[in-house]
Design a binder for this molecule. Sequence first.
Ligand SMILES: [Zn+2]
Length: 244
Amino acid sequence: MSRYIMRLDDACPRHNRDNWQRMEELLNAYGVRPLVGIIPDCRDQQMEQYPEDENFWDRARAWQSRGWAMALHGYQHVYVTRDGGINPVHLRSEFAGLPLEKQKEKISAGMEILTAQGIKPVAFIAPSHTFDLNTLAALKECTDIRSISDTIANAPYSKYGFTFIPQQSGRVRELNFYCVTFCYHPNVMGEEDFIQLEGFLRVHEGEFVPYPRGQAKRREDVRDKLLRRGYFLMRDVRRKLSGK
Ligand SMILES: [Zn+2]
């Protein structure tokens, strides 16, 4: 049986308030406690369409006190390289490809904002899933975060001094892995997405677990590596076919 983790990306003062409210009510109704990726200083133009919510940080603190796990979701959510790093889900990044010093600046500036707001992130979520070894070094030097939500694998594993929690799907579905994270972007969800999510929660609510804390004892194994190779190979093929 799989263990499902729910992840919500792109929380910041400018957000789709109705959708976040709806997601919050839905998850509360099914007792699901997600991991929430908070953008500390959002400069992403996509988010400018939403009005600024003055109560955002109060809401974030309320999530945290309800047992939702908080994650540092980059710094400004602006892509500055075309690098896929070590988890090349996309070929764009706020971090991958930048020198360590630059990455340290971004990580510490982001941490400072969250800390000042009373938010204690337990994980790092890279915008577009992309980061490299310098990102990990920056996290090690500037934070006590030792958990990354993002890798293609069957189960959590430890590597480079971090615990990697697999994140394999952008919507709920039955997947035959020991641990599966579903990554949602509430800002851009439509009616169909909510209906599909609720249908899945109705059947699988008992299989959702909070974001795992502590270090994974398991090392990455051959099955994880093969899985990842296959996944990125398919992605490459699809990219080439679509000409992107
Ligand atoms: Zn994001």
